[in-house]
Design a protein around this ligand. Structure first.
Ligand code: ATP
Ligand code: MG
Length: 321
């Protein structure tokens, strides 16, 4: 097996909200997975509120897990030394939904490409830096002489997104964390973006955690899929295997909720109610209990864990044990 780049080990996240009457939201519950260091493209799918962004933010070190550990090359990312943290930030890079918000409107776009070169010391001279920038822009189909010197608002959305990809060509991270990068992008640009992202796998062996609502995107880009339901991974495995043979009642419901002939398969809207009340919450049973057609008494009492049902295809459901 390929060496683990990132290990998410039994990670949970509980948010507390409200001042006088404090309430707790369990966004992510005991999640474990591994991202290998050799061009693994992993899709993380689940409906709105299932905890996808929470997982991304923990991996990026923006929020702490409530329990569990995230390790990069075997080291807890929240205990890295200053130098290790800089290396981590270089090697684990986010891709934003709308890069416009990530760019400072008062600076020319060049700065977006120069800052990482300086921060991560990627060039030994000014000439080197210019060459790096030019090569990166060409790699994503931007002409440096057209684009450099402009301000963010003077670029189209597609150009801004390609600048972001050029930035990644400069940094050459080991892992890209893409949280719904295409939800604001025109359909015509989607395939192009996904192909650009796939180039990183081929060129540098970069891995990617690709988060999306959109099954067609996940199907296109990922080798492996993880299905998230209310903060739990309920199914995971090779993408083909899951799409062609979904096992968990939740995964089946997600697939069925999408009109098949529609190439823009989406489940943006909530399919199951957000607020979880009732005994299932306290009994620590299956997260899908309240909505499951196949539920048994056992599902309420103890939570099913992931078991392999075919090669590398795992599902957490008592229908299979
Ligand atoms: N800072 C926060 N404080 C309190 N609750 C939060 C916070 N961030 C997220 N949540 C809650 O945690 C749960 C998971 O949120 P998260 O943003 O991870 O979901 P998501 O899968 O990314 O959803 P979407 O597809 O809509 O982006 C939700 O119930 C959300 O309301
Ligand atoms: Mg999100």
């Amino acid at each position: 097996m390929a060496r683990a780049l990132l290990e998410v080990d039994n990670v949970s996240k509980i948010y507390s909200v409200g001042f006088i009457r404090k309430r707790y939201i369990e966004a992510v519950r005991s999640i474990s997975f591994i991202i290998p260091d050799k061009g693994a493209f992993i899709g993380l799918v689940g409906e709105s509120g299932s905890g996808k962004t929470t997982i991304a933010r923990m991996i990026l070190g923006l929020i702490n897990p409530s329990s569990g550990e995230i390790r990069y090359k075997g080291r807890n990312i929240f205990r890295l030394s200053k130098e290790e943290w800089i290396e981590y930030r270089k090697n684990v890079q986010p891709v934003f939904q709308d890069p416009y918000n990530a760019y400072n409107p008062f600076y020319r776009i060049d700065r977006v490409l120069r800052i990482p070169i300086r921060t991560f010391r990627l060039a030994s001279s000014k000439e080197d830096a210019e060459k790096l920038i030019e090569e990166a822009m060409m790699a994503v189909g931007l002409r440096p002489e057209d684009i450099l010197g402009r301000y963010p608002h003077q670029l189209s959305g597609g150009e801004r997104q390609r600048i972001m990809l050029a930035r990644l060509h400069i940094i050459k991270p080991r892992l890209i964390v893409a949280d719904e990068p295409l939800s604001m992008v025109d359909v015509s640009l989607k395939a192009r973006f996904l192909n650009e992202l796939l180039k990183f796998k081929k060129a540098y062996g970069t891995s990617c955690l690709y988060i999306t609502h959109d099954l067609s995107e996940a199907y296109y880009i990922s080798d492996t899929l993880m299905v998230l339901c209310r903060g739990r991974i309920v199914e995971r495995g090779p993408t083909d295997s899951i799409i062609n043979n979904p096992a968990h009642p939740y995964t089946r419901m997600l697939l069925n909720s999408i009109p098949i002939p529609d190439p823009e398969r989406r489940w943006r809207e909530r399919i199951i109610p957000k607020v979880i009340t009732g005994p299932s919450r306290h009994a620590r049973g299956c997260v899908f209990y309240d909505n499951c057609r196949f539920r048994k008494e056992r599902c309420l009492k103890e939570e099913p864990y992931l078991v392999e049902i075919e090669h590398n295809h795992e599902v957490a459901c008592y229908l299979y044990t």
